[in-house]
Design a protein around this ligand. Structure first.
Ligand SMILES: Nc1nc2c(ncn2[C@@H]2O[C@H](COP(=O)(O)OP(=O)(O)OP(=O)(O)O)[C@@H](O)[C@H]2O)c(=O)[nH]1
Ligand SMILES: [Zn+2]
Length: 214
């Protein structure tokens, strides 16, 4: 079974995770327009990848801020791919977090951890009739390689022990709790169905227990 998107990723020993830099980055939130944000980098994340926290003003006043843990999806987040629901979920999270003050943890876990090129290979297999999880298996990957310990490390470095989690994926909450994060509430994302992602969303609901009404 393959376990890493890149065999040559070096997993450094994990010193205490610390904020490396906080950078003010005004962003254009789809549907809302320009908003302030702070983007945060970290030293010491255990997997050595460049995960980013995006802080929307007001988060620091909450005892349990809204947090979206979002896995990178270049095709959906950047290009608006209709094969998944990632783009609209990210836009929704940006709007909600800018409205009430919240945090987006943008995790560099493309393709549920298998990487972009492998995701393309998985898409070709899905075009041949497999579902998203069967395609991973044919490529000799488990159905989801994601490890949310980095998200717990980022929250700890930001001084955020309690959150309201914006997700439909039960595995995110389970893993975060196992790493000591207190989740006071789970907030469902919208369901963003279109004719090209219906089978994908159905597979997520039926095979991975995502809370989705497709
Ligand atoms: N391997 C693989 N990854 C995919 C596929 N479609 C989307 N992804 C990746 O899946 C990740 C998104 O995860 P999802 O399971 O859709 O949603 P989630 O973020 O876990 O759950 P929510 O918090 O409810 O949105 C991103 O990293 C996408 O690149 C696919 O067909 N195969
Ligand atoms: Zn996607």
């Amino acid at each position: 079974m393959r376990t890493e998107e890149n065999e040559d990723v070096i997993v450094a020993p994990s010193p205490a995770v610390q904020v490396r830099a906080r950078v003010e980055v005004p962003i254009d939130v789809p549907g809302l327009g320009p908003r302030a944000s702070t983007m945060v980098s970290f030293d010491g994340l255990h997997d050595g990848r460049e995960h980013v926290a995006l802080l929307m003003p007001g988060w620091e006043k909450k005892s349990d801020p809204l947090v979206r843990v979002h896995s990178e999806c270049l095709t959906g987040d950047v290009f608006g791919s209709q094969r998944c629901d990632c783009g609209p979920q990210l836009h929704e999270a940006l709007a909600m977090c800018s409205h009430e003050g919240g945090i987006i943890l943008y995790l560099r876990q493309e393709g549920r951890g298998i990487g972009l090129y492998n995701k393309f290979d998985a898409y070709l297999l899905q075009d041949g009739g497999l579902d998203t999880f069967e395609a991973n298996a044919v490529l000799n990957f488990s159905h989801d390689l994601r490890d949310y310990r980095v998200a717990a490390e980022m929250l700890s470095a930001l001084g955020v022990p309690r959150i309201r989690l914006l997700s439909n994926n039960p595995e995110k909450g389970n893993q975060l709790r196992s790493h000591g994060v207190v989740i006071s509430d789970v907030v469902a994302t919208g369901t963003f169905v279109n004719e090209n992602n219906q089978a994908y969303l159905t597979a997520k609901r039926e095979r991975a227990g995502h809370a989705l009404e497709v």
